[in-house]
Design a protein around this ligand. Structure first.
Ligand code: EPZ
Length: 429
């Protein structure tokens, strides 16, 4: 298995191009199932999760084409893909494919809405918590689907099509909101989603669905109203920048020191995280087309953080922020409210010399003067990248194992960091 070697202690200086958002690209690709016309998506990141979803869509019969690879195009730049679901041959998403990536469960919504049936494997357990799909099923049932669980599969059917309904989520769910948006777009009549997720990726999906002919109002607010349409059409859409990748590199610079411009991204996608980073002592400024992050000389101030749905501090940046706080002056308290088991990075950060105590959903981090490199590994994407950040700031060599987690969500990670001076390389097995 590949490993990443880092020799830490080097400040980051330069520019990093930010990729399209993985968590927007995935539901956008799934939305291609809503129409027989072609959906063209630009700025799609080259990631293992995108490749996995391409295979899953291919299994349903969706044609996939990568548009115009230009000579000299590097793997740091996103790709443009065309997806055409004109010949869907199978409305079943099998366990072998769905178990590799939870988001693939969301295919249930467009398949059901367009073809009246879908059989999709339950996604199963996941390293960051139990992550059930009860709210996604509730939303589809409200829209009139008959749902059975049979031998590990969700079997969803509708006799005369889906019907608009009131869907009130008891808890904010990104996936639930994606599923409700896609299904309601092709339902008969009006759907009102209350307590909808307000994440930028939800807005991006809604924007694309509108281009495809859907009638949606209120995306980005807790109340979304959808007037169903009889059919949807093809469209072209550019995936929005990855706010988690943006925040990750911003935290890396805040930790190692230096001066980096994050290109092709937007501060409004992660205000809460950038505000917190400023409080820790990093200097954040908006520049044309991006964000500049600097920390020169000054120490890192300890700041408390609680994760929350958007516009709150994202759970997907919690591990990275914890890495930063391990070198802060004093104590910080980090509370995780979205997932019940998202602290696997704690014991690995401890291997680098971090002092962290866990009390239920609270991590209490006592800043130390320095971290020291060590072999580490992590069991999910964001935890893994928190170890990369910590390794960049630690003295000596850090070796990160199980690199495939990073490949799921960070496009050209080593290349992007190396161009800013980081001593980082991949050692192929
Ligand atoms: C999305 O997951 C993201 N994944 C996650 O990013 C992200 O951490 C999460 O939203 C929260 O922001 C993608 O977009 C592909 P949820 P999702 O439904 O939609 C509970 C990453 O690293 N819940 O908003 O699956 C759930 O257990 C990943 O890129 C139910 O109880 O998350 C959690 O506690 C990790 N029942 C909370 O809601 C349900 O039916 C929020 O989950 C659904 C969810």
């Amino acid at each position: 298995m590949d490993r990443i070697h880092i020799t830490g202690g080097v400040p980051l200086n330069g520019t990093i191009p930010i990729s399209g958002a993985k968590n927007a690209a995935l539901p956008l690709m799934i939305a291609s199932l809503l129409t027989g016309d072609t959906l063209e998506l630009a700025n799609v990141p080259r990631l293992a999760d995108i490749a996995a979803l391409t295979r899953i869509l291919g299994n349903h019969g969706v044609d996939h084409m990568v548009v115009g690879k230009r000579p000299g195009q590097t793997t740091e730049t996103g790709q443009t893909i065309r997806l055409t679901a004109s010949n869907v041959i199978d409305t079943t998403a099998p366990y072998e494919l769905v178990s590799t990536m939870r988001a693939s469960f969301w295919v249930v919504a467009p398949l059901l809405a367009r073809f009246g049936e879908a059989k999709v494997s339950l996604p199963g357990g996941c390293a960051i918590g139990t992550r059930p799909v009860d709210l996604l099923i509730m939303a589809l049932e409200k829209l009139g689907a008959q749902i059975e669980i049979d031998a590990g599969y969700v079997v969803a059917r509708t006799k005369n099509g889906l019907r608009g309904a009131e869907i009130d989520f008891p808890k904010v769910t990104v996936g639930g909101t994606h599923v409700a948006l896609m299904a309601a777009s092709l339902a008969y009549g009006t759907t009102v989603i209350s307590n909808a997720a307000r994440e930028p990726e939800v807005v991006d999906l809604a924007d694309c669905l509108i281009k495809m002919g859907a009638r949606i109002q209120g995306a980005g607010t807790p109340r979304i109203v959808i007037e169903g349409v009889a059919r949807m059409n093809g469209a072209r859409h550019e995936v929005l920048p990855d706010r988690i990748e943006t925040g990750t590199y911003a935290m890396a610079v805040a930790m190692t020191g230096g001066d980096v411009v994050l290109e092709n991204t937007r501060a409004d996608l992660l205000h809460s995280a950038l505000d917190i980073l400023s409080t820790t002592g990093a200097e954040i400024t908006q520049v044309p087309g991006g964000i500049r992050v600097r920390r020169n000389g000054a120490g890192i101030a300890a700041v408390d953080v609680t994760t929350d749905p958007f516009p709150g501090f994202p759970t997907d940046l919690q591990a990275q922020f914890m890495a930063l706080m391990t070198l802060a002056n004093g104590q910080s308290q980090i509370r995780e409210t979205i997932f019940e088991n998202r602290f696997m990075h704690v014991q690995e950060l401890a291997r680098l010399g971090a002092k962290i105590r866990l009390e239920g959903d609270l991590a209490i981090v006592e800043g130390v003067e320095r971290l020291k490199g060590a072999p580490v590994m992590a069991t999910d994407l964001r935890a893994s990248v928190s170890l990369v950040i910590a390794g960049l700031a630690a003295e000596g060599e850090t070796q990160i194992n199980r690199v495939y987690h990073l490949d799921r969500g960070f496009e050209a990670l080593e290349a992007k960091l190396a161009r800013c001076g980081a001593r980082i390389e991949r050692v192929r097995a």
